[in-house]
Design a protein around this ligand. Structure first.
Ligand SMILES: Nc1ncnc2c1ncn2[C@@H]1O[C@H](COP(=O)(O)OP(=O)(O)OP(=O)(O)O)[C@@H](O)[C@H]1O
Length: 307
């Protein structure tokens, strides 16, 4: 069953005017947001901007020094922290990792490993897992107790780009299958933006918030992320401005034909809001070369037509 945020139900957790002060310094202040059942909320922001602090405060691992944190009565949380305090010199199987802190029934372990695509690794040593397999094992551990809220602090650490996409897909699949709320912390703007209902941009306070489209065009977001932000826009805000030909090739709006198409291949007009600049549509160019995949003849014809 496909799930979307259920904003008519009481929120799983809600923060209002939350501030956390440690050693005489405010780590975050004035933080306000809530997470609905079935909602994927992503906290983004530079290093040290208070993302982990905010997530830990939301689930009660850290105490707020001002403001209010309200959690649904009996809220079950599955938490994957950024760092795990495990002695990696000790042999540890994936199955054992699942039950390190509290027991689980065999069926619950199997179901969680199945859902994360690593059932075949149940008896594998954790030390030998790849980055992506390890993150899946942590995810399995977090979902095994069927939480209402899943909190994932940097869930794609040590995972390559295609692995990242697969993991974010999996996170969304888990949300769709279970209807749980998800609080994600991520630096991976380009991928995470596509899989998120609500983005909250933090820098000691909430700089901006909203859907990925709205946040990625906000001046605060662009000030924080600059060129990376524009790249995100380029990747996700391009229009479907091409036609797929019956033989699988792509006919672009500029008249050229290529074997395949990527947002940054120079054939797409994109909505760009450069840092400090004016919004507008522009075509991202590329340098033609033997491997660029372009039909150079058609591209040349188009260049002449444009001249
Ligand atoms: N218990 C603590 N006592 C004192 N300072 C802390 C404590 N926990 C975090 N901090 C500081 O608070 C700031 C925010 O830390 P936090 O881990 O929340 O940032 P973050 O946005 O998650 O960073 P990163 O992206 O690097 O993981 C940092 O300067 C950190 O050193």
């Amino acid at each position: 069953m496909l799930q979307t945020p259920n904003r008519t139900a009481p929120p799983l957790v809600s923060l209002s005017g939350v501030g956390v002060r440690r050693q005489g310094r405010w780590l975050v202040r004035g933080v306000e947001f809530s997470i609905a059942p079935g909602e994927i909320v992503t906290l983004i922001g530079p290093n040290g901007s208070g993302k982990s602090t905010t997530a830990k405060t939301a689930i009660g691992v850290m105490k707020a020094d001002e403001g209010r944190v309200e959690r649904k009565a009996g809220l079950k949380v599955g938490y994957v922290p950024q760092k795990l305090a495990v002695d990696w010199t000790m042999p540890l199987t994936v199955e054992r990792l699942m039950t390190l802190t509290s027991p689980l029934k065999g069926g619950e372990i199997d179901a969680a490993l199945e859902a994360t695509g690593i059932r075949h690794l149940a008896r594998a040593e954790v030390q030998h897992l790849s980055g992506g397999e390890f993150q899946r094992a942590l995810l399995a551990r977090a979902i095994a107790r069927k939480p209402d809220l899943l909190v994932l602090d940097e869930p794609v650490q040590g995972v390559d780009f295609s692995g990242e996409i697969a993991l974010y897909d999996l996170i969304k699949t888990i949300r769709n299958a279970t209807g749980c709320g998800i609080l994600l912390i991520s630096h991976d703007l380009h991928v995470v933006m596509a899989e998120t209902d609500t983005v909250i941009c933090l820098n000691g306070h909430v700089c901006c918030r909203g859907t990925p489209d709205i946040v990625s065009q906000s001046p605060e977001y662009l000030r924080l992320f600059g060129a990376r932000a524009s790249k995100t826009l380029a990747l996700y805000n391009h229009n479907h401005d091409h036609t797929h030909l019956p033989d699988g090739r792509v006919l672009h709006a500029d008249g050229s034909i290529t074997d395949n198409c990527r947002p940054d291949d120079g054939h797409h007009a994109v909505d760009i809001l450069p840092a400090g600049g004016r919004a507008g549509r522009m075509r991202l160019g590329h340098v033609h070369g033997p491997n660029c995949g372009c039909d150079h003849e058609a591209a040349g014809r188009q260049e002449r037509r444009d001249a």
